[in-house]
Design a protein around this ligand. Structure first.
Ligand SMILES: [Zn+2]
Length: 199
């Protein structure tokens, strides 16, 4: 069995132009990602999947605006516009994404009181999503990450994957960033320092 997998992070309507938390140019990566899916032995998708009124939504905090930061009991949390609500069109994958060959769709952020940027751990950095165990049991050791957004869910996933002892590459050309207050530069630096191969 091949030990490599492609992980497509959150390539969902709400993160693409026209969506509720649109990442600039998010839709531009779809055809490139489709090509990578075709040439990958194992494909895993993550899907941001929040209940209504999720604690990461600014609308859930009186007097708060999107993109402000609040202190949660697990640490600082950026507040976002409502997005990727379970069962809505915004939470669906981009309609042009061809993902039939995916072996796993991992949903995250489904617990109301805690967000999950990373595909591996929720934002307390200790509650596992189960993906680490899944990869281990299947003997998958090399990951290529693509998707949205470079400086949030892709970066946090890549950093956690390295911590779990996996070999990780990020295809930067198949990602797009939110870039909030210099976050792209910060997170790119953190990934490079951690040994993530940025392609
Ligand atoms: Zn989210």
């Amino acid at each position: 069995m091949s030990s490599s997998a492609l992980i497509v992070i959150d390539l969902q309507n709400d993160f693409c132009p026209g969506g509720r938390l649109a990442v600039e140019g998010g839709h531009e990566i779809v055809s490139l990602v489709n090509g990578l899916i075709k040439s990958s032995d194992h494909v895993i998708l993550t899907q941001d999947w929040h209940p209504e009124g999720h604690s990461s939504f600014a609308s859930s905090h009186d007097g708060r605006e999107p993109f402000e930061t609040v202190d949660m009991d697990y640490g600082p949390q950026t507040l976002w516009p409502d997005h990727c609500v379970q069962g809505t069109d915004g939470a669906e994958f981009h309609p042009d994404l061809i993902w039939d060959s995916a072996e796993l769709v991992l949903r995250k952020g489904f617990r109301g009181a805690i967000d999950s940027y990373s595909a591996f751990f929720e934002n307390d950095h200790k509650t596992p999503t189960g993906l680490g165990g899944y990869l281990k049991e299947r003997g998958i050791k090399d990951l290529t990450l693509v998707g949205l957004a470079t400086d949030y869910c892709v970066a946090y996933s890549a950093l956690d994957a390295v911590k779990l002892g996996l070999k990780v590459a990020v295809r930067m050309d198949a990602c797009r960033a939110i870039d909030l207050g210099g976050s792209l530069e910060t997170m790119t630096g953190k990934m490079r320092d951690a040994g993530v191969v940025l392609k």
